[in-house]
Design a protein around this ligand. Sequence first.
Ligand SMILES: C[S@@+](CC[C@H](N)C(=O)[O-])C[C@H]1O[C@@H](n2cnc3c(N)ncnc32)[C@H](O)[C@@H]1O
Length: 243
Amino acid sequence: MSSTHFGFETVDERDKARRVRGVFDSVAPRYDLMNDLMSLGLHRAWKAYTVLVANLQPGQQVLDIAGGTGDLAMAFARKVGATGRVVHTDINEAMLRTGRDRLLDAGLALPTLVCDAEKLPFADNHFDLVSVAFGLRNMTHKDAALAEMNRVLRPGGKLLVLEFSRVAAPLQRAYDWYSFKVLPQLGRAVAGDADSYRYLAESIRMHPGQEELKTLMKNAGFGHVDYHNLTGGVVALHVGIKC
Ligand SMILES: C[S@@+](CC[C@H](N)C(=O)[O-])C[C@H]1O[C@@H](n2cnc3c(N)ncnc32)[C@H](O)[C@@H]1O
């Protein structure tokens, strides 16, 4: 039996995906409101920066993995226009349904697919851009998921990984206090679920830091990898190019 982390808990590898599904089934209805509250709206700026770095052109093919309620898919769809295509995917049906409804309300009917990032149902060398925002942290085999992202990208294509990372040392104490004291209380008050937001804080601590993730991406086959720290390293945007 192999074990892995679910937050600070050590669990059987076969159990992690089920536990993660429980978290996102629970938070899906209040996910967008909670995102705005707990990041004080900053997630919008982090995503806007990701869209800028994506530098998409009309007609391009994009895959958004762990796309959840569809923020990035919506912004990307506007960039690639009617001649391009954005595929909106997630392993969790509740998150994906919420996202699909939002996209339809915004006048965007995108191909929407339940799929596991570790086994992507797409051909090799297809997409110009693959993105995963705040999703990689939740995956059991990050190496397998990154290798799949590399496989479906065309040579020269770009992977964008937006994820919580290691904060700069001067911010550490305040960030820990906020994560472990404020976040679960906010989760309890707004979403009726403290545990899922405790998992969020713990999973961030267990996720590879900036340099470690860069190495994972290189090992998965990305020829060039760089990262941009945002908000003092609270979040990092890793950019991988398939060479
Ligand atoms: C924090 S949400 C991020 C949603 C959206 N990308 C955003 O930035 O708002 C994380 C998402 O990762 C998805 N996820 C977790 N494990 C996954 C996997 N193995 N494959 C695909 N999606 C996964 C969850 O279902 C959840 O919707």
